[in-house]
Design a protein around this ligand. Structure first.
Ligand SMILES: [Cu+2]
Length: 190
């Protein structure tokens, strides 16, 4: 090995520090994008789908929910605190679950047999968005078999529901992050 090659093989401390910074920047970017893309996908669900209010049957708010690999239909429902609600859940393919932690619901739904479950939404339940999820492993998409239960009319910001604004906010942050990287990159080239 010539002296020149040996010199080239040695990485100067300055260069090493730069690589570490570069790597952490990439990791942070990937994390931020992954988080926001996931958040956006979740929020967009509410943008394209209106929450279903159910049908009032003798004063009971009834939701007929069909489940299959890997979604609930409807996936977003709206209830009011104090409502008596009834779920009629049926599976279109294999065994699935239908769970809601705050209301203590954990149903197993077998194909061709609807499960009926009634529950009272506590009148002091905080307004907001709660998660419906599958509790029975049902294949690859099992973790994504989720729905939302909106209680009341959750947080409004300047008269707009937060869930409607969130995707735009996430996009702005992402554009901002890219702008910072472009600006920094340009400065480094000079
Ligand atoms: Cu499942």
């Amino acid at each position: 090995m010539t002296e020149e090659e040996q010199r080239l093989q040695k990485v100067s401390p300055k260069h090493r520090r730069f690589d570490l910074r570069g790597a952490s920047l990439i990791i942070i970017t990937v994390l931020v994008i992954t988080l926001f893309t996931g958040g956006m996908a979740y929020s967009v669900q509410s943008l394209v789908t209106e929450a279903k209010e159910g049908v009032l049957v003798d004063g009971v708010r009834e939701f007929r929910i069909s489940v299959q690999q890997w979604y609930y239909e409807p996936a977003i429902i709206r209830v009011n605190p104090g409502d008596t609600i009834r779920f009629v859940v049926s599976s279109q393919d294999i065994r699935h679950g239908f769970s809601q932690n705050e209301l203590g619901i954990n149903l197993t739904v077998s194909p061709r047999k609807a499960v009926i479950h009634a529950v009272v939404v506590p009148s002091d339940m905080a307004e907001g968005t709660y998660t419906l999820y599958c509790s029975v492993f049902c294949g690859m998409g099992h973790p994504y078999l989720r729905g939302k239960m909106i209680v009341g009319a959750p947080t409004m910001f300047l008269g707009v529901r937060m869930e409607k604004v969130l995707p735009y906010f996430a996009t702005s942050v992402m554009v901002g992050v890219f702008a910072i990287f472009i600006a920094k990159g340009r400065r480094r080239v000079r």
